[in-house]
Design a protein. Structure first.
Length: 210
């Protein structure tokens, strides 16, 4: 099995449009006062100052795919019909994880439990989209390197807890990625701590020769 790739820190552009969409803004539909926009922008910048993105990625060979199961190198089994369909053209996959860190999560909890609710909501949206964008960054990192092997990463990804891929599979992903090295913990109910931490799977397929 490949060694885990660790990314510390991950530096990305702020996905502002996605943050605003998460906050309920719709371009051309939602009207905002300049004062409200300035306040939101200030809160986004405050959130960014508290976010420290780190992540990990691991390419893994797929040894066998059944109708509802995938067998990986290391004799690791993942049960999911939908994931097997998602990876139907892949002989390899990438397991990835990212976290926005504990400082932003502590700030969100402080603001939403007695501080400024609006600030807390903006902090929450910013942290969520930044963690998600970190996964995009990891996918792009592997995509660039794989092109030399005439391979590419699928554009979409699949997460534990989605469809029939049970959340309990997050424990397997957590261990394979050694996320404890990034300060991430996992609970008995398979939730990651700090909260703005995510894992996902994507596939690797050959580039079309045509």
């Amino acid at each position: 099995m490949h060694p885990v790739f660790f990314f510390d820190p991950i530096l990305i552009q702020t996905p502002r449009s996605k943050i605003y969409r998460r906050l309920g803004y719709r371009e051309g539909v939602t009207r905002t006062l300049s004062r409200q926009k300035e306040e939101t922008e200030r809160y986004i910048e405050e959130a960014l100052s508290l976010i420290r993105l780190t992540g990990a990625g691991l390419p893994v060979s797929i040894l066998k795919k059944g109708a509802s199961e995938i067998i990986l190198e290391g004799d690791i089994r993942i049960d999911s019909h939908q994931l097997a369909v998602f990876l139907r053209n892949c002989r390899e996959m990438i397991i990835m994880g990212a976290t926005a860190g504990s400082d932003i999560v502590n700030a969100i909890q402080e603001e939403t439990s007695g501080g400024d609710i609006t600030r807390g909501v903006v902090f929450d949206a910013t942290a969520s989209e930044m963690a998600d964008a970190a996964l995009d960054w990891i996918m792009d990192y592997f995509n660039r390197s794989l092109r030399r092997e005439n391979k590419k990463v699928l554009q979409k990804r699949f997460s534990a807890g989605y469809g029939d891929l049970l959340l309990e599979n997050q424990t397997t992903l957590y261990k394979l990625l050694q996320l404890d090295r990034l300060g991430v913990l996992i609970t008995e109910s398979c939730m990651l701590i700090p909260e703005k931490s995510v894992t996902a799977i994507t596939g690797i397929e050959l580039l079309s020769s045509g």
